[in-house]
Design a protein around this ligand. Structure first.
Ligand SMILES: *[C@@H]1O[C@H](CO)[C@@H](O)[C@H](O)[C@H]1NC(C)=O
Ligand SMILES: *[C@@H]1O[C@H](CO)[C@@H](O)[C@H](O)[C@H]1NC(C)=O
Length: 369
């Protein structure tokens, strides 16, 4: 009898443990999607030269149209192809696409981080779509000279299974042109925590898209097109060109894990609308500096809040450094927009193809008397 009871107890306990285990929510997604680095190759029998034959021949992906499986290194035709993150990539031919269905939480916000570059000196566009949202990303401008441009886009999951598609909507005369994708990661964007004594949300840029651990040239955050969700929670990227999200493993960052590098001069601004009390005085403080990426020169960051403007000069040696500035303003209404941009363009000292600029970090607004 005692043995029977003990056995029952053991069964109940294990059942309880089992269900308790099942009740632990999965860790928020933050890493490569399945075969997101394309290192699992199609079977040799499903490759015709570089073309992948068969809709389901690229492991974990569905393909449509002319998709090529590309390996880095010397290429037929005599040029050298660098694939910064890993050895393999896919190239999307005219109207071709790859897609994968991701298991997510309905209603949560996700950001995709992906390495994408054009393969020819032409207008190439990458269309990234999920149910309810489609974004066309122009790949005309190369921001890093080593082909390692990385972008991030965010969206809200409308169901538990979301099909993400990367599509080349173009038709080029040369069928060997088309966007190259070399790594794709996803991150769940958790709701922002309010930080005490600061009216700016995510003012230190600590919450952002997934950053590739092995290799990063920073992540380009494209300007808000239509009514899209920002991959940098709390912030709006305005105007025409992206800003760059940089992390402290690959760059000099004034404070914490991440900061913003303003790589597109006046063509790109970063802004946030904060709650204020009309007629009350506030101080906006922020840090500007350089990312220790050989970006030399006399820089200038302009900050705007209510009626006030502040121009902050910074002379960069390209070795990593920063200074802090304060703009005092009087709120005119219950909402105040704070905006930053770089007054000019910069490139690296010995690499004019590599766009760079001043770094912005640690943005705070607090009331004063
Ligand atoms: C990062 O590097 C490690 C070791 O070289 C490798 O095993 C891993 O696959 C790499 N990860 C990515 C995302 O490239
Ligand atoms: C607010 O900024 C002004 C102007 O820079 C400065 O004089 C003042 O001390 C600051 N106030 C606080 C409370 O930091």
């Amino acid at each position: 009898m005692a043995l029977f009871l003990a056995l029952c107890l053991a069964i109940i306990l294990s059942f309880c443990q089992g269900s308790a285990h099942a009740a632990i929510p999965p860790r928020p997604l933050d890493g490569l999607v399945e075969n997101g680095d394309f290192e699992q190759a199609p079977a040799k029998s499903n490759l015709k030269k570089r073309a992948i034959i068969g809709k389901y021949s690229l492991p974990k992906w569905e393909i449509n149209g002319m998709v090529e499986y590309v390996s880095g290194g010397p290429q037929p035709g005599g040029f050298y192809l660098a694939i910064p993150r890993g050895v393999h990539a896919v190239r999307l031919g005219n109207e071709a696409s790859i897609s994968q269905t991701l298991t997510v939480k309905q209603g949560s916000i996700y950001a995709l981080t992906f390495g994408a570059t054009r393969t020819c000196a032409q207008d190439e566009v990458l269309r990234v779509s999920v149910p309810g949202q489609s974004s066309d990303l122009p790949l005309q401008t190369l921001y890093s000279s080593n082909g390692g441009d990385t972008y991030a886009l965010a969206w809200k999951a409308t169901s538990k299974a979301v099909k993400v598609t990367f599509h080349n909507p173009g038709i080029q005369e040369d069928p060997t042109c088309g966007p190259l994708l070399d790594a794709i990661a996803i991150k769940e964007m958790l709701p922002l925590k309010y930080s005490k004594g600061n009216l700016v949300k995510n003012g230190g840029f600590e919450v952002g898209p997934h950053v590739f651990k092995n290799f990063s040239t920073g992540i380009l955050l494209p300007p808000k097109l239509q009514d899209l969700i920002s991959p940098l929670p709390g912030w709006i990227i305005e105007s025409l060109k992206p800003v760059k999200y940089i992390d402290n493993k690959h760059f000099f960052v004034p404070m914490g894990f991440a900061a913003i590098e303003m790589v597109a001069g006046r063509e790109s601004a970063i802004a946030q609308v904060i709650r204020t009390i009309p007629d009350k005085f506030y101080n906006l403080t922020f840090t500007i500096g350089d990312a220790k990426n050989a970006c030399h020169g006399s820089m200038m960051v302009e900050a705007f809040a209510a009626r006030e403007t502040l121009k902050v000069p910074y002379v960069s040696q390209g070795k990593g450094g920063y200074k802090t500035a304060t703009l005092r303003f009087q709120a005119m209404s219950a909402r105040t927009r704070i905006t930053f941009y770089s007054a000019s363009y910069h490139t690296k000292l010995h690499d004019y193809g590599h766009m760079c600029g001043p770094v912005l970090d640690d943005v705070r607004v607090f009331p004063t008397h």
